[in-house]
Write a protein that binds this ligand. Structure first.
Ligand code: 13P
Length: 246
């Protein structure tokens, strides 16, 4: 199975999302075992879901709260996300780790809450530039993955997103991606046993149609989690077609 997920981050208005869906759906032909996902901001979720539902594309939220309800002003719960039409939720994105203080400890109850509400957690992990330069990449990833036994086997997609490659145009080299994805697979199998073999591992960080074909040939790269290039329907479509052809 190959997977391409658009992370729109805090971009697009309703009219832009509608135009994106129209342009994308006009040319998109579901094919083979390729899953397509779109993660819009909360206010766009329902409109995107209504438009893409018949295509089979999954809709993801970009974050969610661990509690089901209560006095958490500004937050959105997993039941609300599920109720708005989402199939999954991105968790642990480096921007949430950086700006919202997301940590391994806060992620455990979020992953559990997502699963309890039939939402597929798409857990992001990745090292900063300073950590890579200090040769700490694998150690950081090991730490970020260490929560897996706590949440146990269950629905899960992973995305390796080196922070230094996000929005910078600096894609990780095929060698770097190969090394890290092999390490992640090994860790996930060590932590979850047989079930770990089935967890798809996406790559994210400056993915474009110019580098995606090569990334898709790397063992244990199940696809891409795409920011900037996913805002342009033609580019996102091209990425999906590359996954279909791989
Ligand atoms: P870019 O594709 O813009 O580098 O963003 C990657 C990302 O953060 C996806 O979650």
């Amino acid at each position: 199975m190959k997977i391409v997920v658009a992370n729109w981050k805090m971009n697009l208005l309703r009219k832009d999302a509608a135009a994106f869906c129209e342009a994308f759906l006009k040319a998109y032909k579901p094919k083979g075992r390729v899953e397509v996902g779109i993660a819009p901001s909360f206010p766009l979720i329902r409109a995107v879901k209504n438009r893409v539902a018949t295509s089979g594309a999954k809709v993801f939220a970009q974050n969610g709260h661990a509690e089901a309800k209560g006095a958490f002003t500004g937050e959105v719960s997993m039941p609300q996300i599920q109720d708005s039409g989402c199939d999954g939720v991105i968790l642990g994105h480096s921007e949430c780790r950086q700006y919202n203080g997301e940590t391994e400890a806060t992620l455990v109850p979020k992953i559990r809450a997502a699963r309890e509400n039939e939402l597929l957690p798409l857990l992001c992990i990745g090292e900063t530039l300073a950590q890579r330069e200090a040769n700490q990449t694998l150690e950081v990833l090991r730490q970020q993955l260490s929560i897996l036994p706590e949440v146990g086997a269950g629905p899960l997609w992973l995305a390796y997103e080196p922070v230094w490659a996000i929005g910078t145009g600096k894609v990780a080299t095929p060698e770097q991606v190969r090394e890290v994805h092999a390490f992640i697979r090994e860790e996930v199998v060590r932590l979850l046993g047989e079930a770990g073999k089935e967890v798809p591992i996406l790559y994210g960080g400056s993915v474009t149609p110019d580098n995606f074909e090569e990334l898709l040939t790397i063992p244990d790269v199940a696809g891409g989690l795409v920011g900037g290039a996913s805002l342009v329907p033609e580019k996102f479509l091209k990425l999906v077609q590359q996954a279909q052809a791989s």
